[in-house]
Design a protein around this ligand. Structure first.
Ligand code: ADP
Ligand code: ZN
Length: 734
């Protein structure tokens, strides 16, 4: 047996690249790639994952691994390779990338403990500190460092650190044990699988291409563009069946958690007992059971949100991303800031798996790739399945015309008539607001002043019951105001609309109407599924909701959909604003007319001629793409360039600006020195969301075919200070 004495370990530490660190393997310890270890990093012990073993090293001095995980190897070679790719591409630490793939409960396992000092050892130390410290041990010989620190003031914490570093007090490290949860056998009653539907002509064509790739175990990427109701899900289901027949497994990503239960149900019915559902709303125990169950090979299909991509499913034969244009596929809040579509493409390529990106309104970047034949094959399903194969009639209502005609209601006359008809006929309607509360902005009718949050400058939104102004960026709540803080003259109006206002006006318009609210507030209380079930069960005549209602509903009795105000978000300073409005409105329009009745969608707007609004009402993706692509080309924005966004945040606005300007100058200097004229440096500027949780934000955009090359020059000089967030391929620049 050859002796490997050294290990390359990804360590849980704040670094910006795919680096590993070298450690020696103590005699008698056995470690393998894919196993967790505990290793010293600076003055502390850190969690790590072994990536490689070697017999020799140039590193000197080499420190030894402290402990190896008794659970053994958790991660496959494929997963290690993928993590290296993610960390490299998204400029994140390797540990943050591999962390995506660890079993639930396996992060933050290393904990520091302090040994109780003898009383003599503390002689000469501040006596009040000594007394408090000894009390905190509560008679134990060893106490968690975190609990000691919690019990001490800032000054005393420093004193503690000093005593530990001087060796007056000993520190040891403990490792939380691994809890491999071996799930019990499936309790799901196994019933006969639901039969497959006879594919339509378009479905058959799409399936033939996808199934060819699956049968030949060949990697190929498809963009399945099909209007809502064209039968994309049925295509996924039949491709999954082929994948399972070929002895391999599949991952299906669906963006909104609220959509998953319904969708998951369809998958479970086809593959009883073979489907694992994974999303962030599961409890820790459920998540553990799912992970270990998948690890043991109990499931053929994993369906879930973004993170389901990293389920330990092998061998992989097919990946499906439903609603591939959704922004929630990008992890924005923390490292690694990956896009699930990009990672899925990479994964599929590495596993020789097929990948299907499905959407009615593909991301402009994806569509561009498909048209230019860049490793993405376009499959089209232009028609709805079944009787009502025609698209819903969509009409645009100009709200300024309504005002001119003396209608001050939030409902246009057309929408009022529509609602009356729906109720009269015993059908159901959906009213859609662009974003939670975003339409509830509080604005002065005279001077146009918009009330903003004191901590983060985000427009505040008005909520009734209890009456409050709420910031949806930092959740700060404040009392409503009667007078405009800017001009002081006029009375301020809560001009905008939230779901609650819509419900109120609805009740005034149609006394006795029953309605249900579906926004994040309501869903947090009752649960998405419950609201949806109640509406589908006919408990209410009208469903009022935010963009959640724009997705995935299959309710035949819905014959009218109204977008109450389509403009919100149209004028945001972001190059994707038009695309976003178009996608949302298309989805809204796609809600109506799913049943045998004639469907109708009404879009109320102050900007009826904006192409994002006008073309959505015609469900004309092709024309929209052309307009949008032309705009992007002129602006030199993706797909005609790539972006790299740098965001700096600080509590002090002056220091924030100064640091942003320093980096901006440096980037421009490097750009000139290296003649990298291909890369544009935009900014620095305050971000549109210029303050978040009390911190000011400035940003810089790098734009070009390879914007990364310019940043590398700065990194080479170690001139990118801590506190900068690097976002590769950002989905938003707000
Ligand atoms: P999409 O995912 O594109 O919105 P779905 O797959 O949900 O479309 O299909 C829409 C509706 O048409 C569903 O009710 C589905 O059961 C039905 N359907 C899909 N394919 C067929 C088919 N080949 N024959 C009959 N009905 C179908
Ligand atoms: Zn005012």
């Amino acid at each position: 047996m050859p002796q490997f004495s050294y290990a390359e370990v990804a360590v849980d530490a704040p670094i910006r690249d795919a680096r590993t660190f070298t450690y020696s393997v103590p005699e008698g310890m056995c470690v393998s790639p894919g196993q967790m270890v505990q290793a010293p990093f600076g003055p502390r012990m850190a969690d790590g994952v072994v990536f490689r073993l070697s017999r020799g090293t140039d590193v000197d001095p080499v420190r030894p691994i402290n402990a190896a995980d008794p659970a053994g190897v958790l991660l496959s070679r494929e997963q290690l390779d993928l993590a290296e790719w993610i960390a490299g591409y998204y400029m994140a630490s390797l540990y943050s990338a591999i962390g995506l793939m660890l079993p639930p409960g396996f992060r933050n396992r290393t904990k520091a403990y302090i040994e109780k000092p003898a009383e003599e050892a503390l002689q000469g130390v501040d006596s009040e500190f000594a007394a408090r410290l000894l009390r905190l041990f509560k008679g134990r010989g060893l106490a968690p460092e975190s609990s000691l620190r919690r019990g001490l003031s800032v000054d005393y914490r420093r004193l503690l650190d000093r005593l530990v570093s001087e060796g007056v007090m000993g520190r040891t490290w403990k490792w939380r044990g691994s809890r491999a949860t071996i799930p019990a056998a499936d309790s799901e009653p196994s019933h006969a699988p639901e039969p497959f539907l006879m594919p339509s002509l378009h479905q058959a064509e799409a399936l033939a291409s996808i199934n060819d790739a699956i049968s030949e175990a060949r990697h190929e990427a498809f963009l399945l563009q099909g209007v809502t109701g064209s039968g994309k899900t049925e295509v996924y289901l039949q491709a999954l069946a082929r994948c399972i027949e070929s002895g391999r497994k599949a991952i299906v990503l669906a963006p909104e958690i609220s959509l998953t239960p319904q969708m998951a149900q369809r998958f479970r019915a086809r593959f009883p007992g073979r489907v694992a559902v994974v999303h962030s709303r599961l409890s820790q125990a459920e998540r553990r059971r799912a992970w270990w169950g998948i690890h043991q090979g109990r499931f053929d299909v994993v369906i879930g949100s973004r993170s389901a991509l990293f389920a330990p499913l092998r061998p992989l034969g097919l990946v499906v991303l439903d609603e591939e244009h959704e922004w929630t596929y990008k992890q924005e809040e923390m490292e690694p800031r990956y896009h699930a579509r990009t990672v899925a493409m990479r994964m599929a390529q590495a596993s020789k798996a097929a990948i299907v990106l499905g959407s009615a309104t593909p991301d402009v970047v994806s569509y561009h790739r498909a048209l230019s034949g860049r490793r993405l094959r376009l499959l089209r399903m232009p028609q709805r399945i079944g009787l009502s194969s025609s698209m819903a009639g969509v009409s645009i209502v100009d709200m300024s015309q309504e005002l001119r005609d003396g209608n001050r209601s939030i409902f246009s006359r057309a929408l009022q008539d529509g609602l009356r008809r729906v109720i009269h006929e015993g059908n159901q309607a959906i009213l859609f607001l662009n974003r939670r509360g975003a339409a509830g902005i509080v604005q002065c009718r005279d001077c146009g002043y918009v009330l903003k949050c004191r901590s983060c400058d985000t427009p505040l939104t008005y909520h009734t019951s209890p009456e409050r102004l709420v910031c949806h960026q930092c959740n700060r709540r404040s009392r409503t105001v009667a007078r405009c803080p800017n001009c002081r003259l006029s009375r301020i109006r809560h001009l905008g609309i939230g779901t609650q206002t819509v419900v109120k006006e609805l009740e005034a318009l149609l006394p006795g109407v029953s309605s249900l609210r579906w926004d994040r507030d309501a869903a947090d209380e009752a649960g998405h599924e419950a609201i949806l079930e109640r509406f589908a069960g006919g408990e209410a005549q009208v469903l009022v909701g935010t963009q959640m209602v724009a997705r995935g509903l299959h309710i035949p009795s819905v014959t009218l959909v109204g977008a109450v105000l389509a403009d919100v978000g149209l004028h945001l300073p972001d190059f994707r604003a038009g695309e976003r409005i178009f996608q949302l409105l298309c989805q809204v329009a796609g809600r109506a007319g799913r049943g045998p009745g004639e469907g109708a969608a009404l879009v109320q707007t102050y900007s009826p001629s904006h192409y994002g609004v006008a073309l959505a009402s015609q469900q004309d993706y092709g024309s929209f793409y052309e307009r949008e692509a032309a705009f992007r080309r002129v602006q030199r924005m993706p797909p005609y360039s790539r972006l790299l966004r740098l965001v700096y945040s600080h509590f002090d606005p002056v220091r924030c600006q100064r640091e942003a300007e320093r980096l901006g100058r440096l980037l421009r200097k490097e750009r000139a020195d290296w003649a990298m004229t291909e890369v544009d440096v935009l900014g620095p500027a305050p971000a549109y969301n210029s303050r978040v949780r009390g911190r000011y934000r400035w940003h810089i955009l790098l734009r070009g075919q390879e914007p990364r090359l310019l940043l590398d020059k700065v990194l080479d000089k170690a001139a990118l200070r801590d506190g900068w967030v690097v976002d590769v391929d950002p989905v938003t620049t707000l």
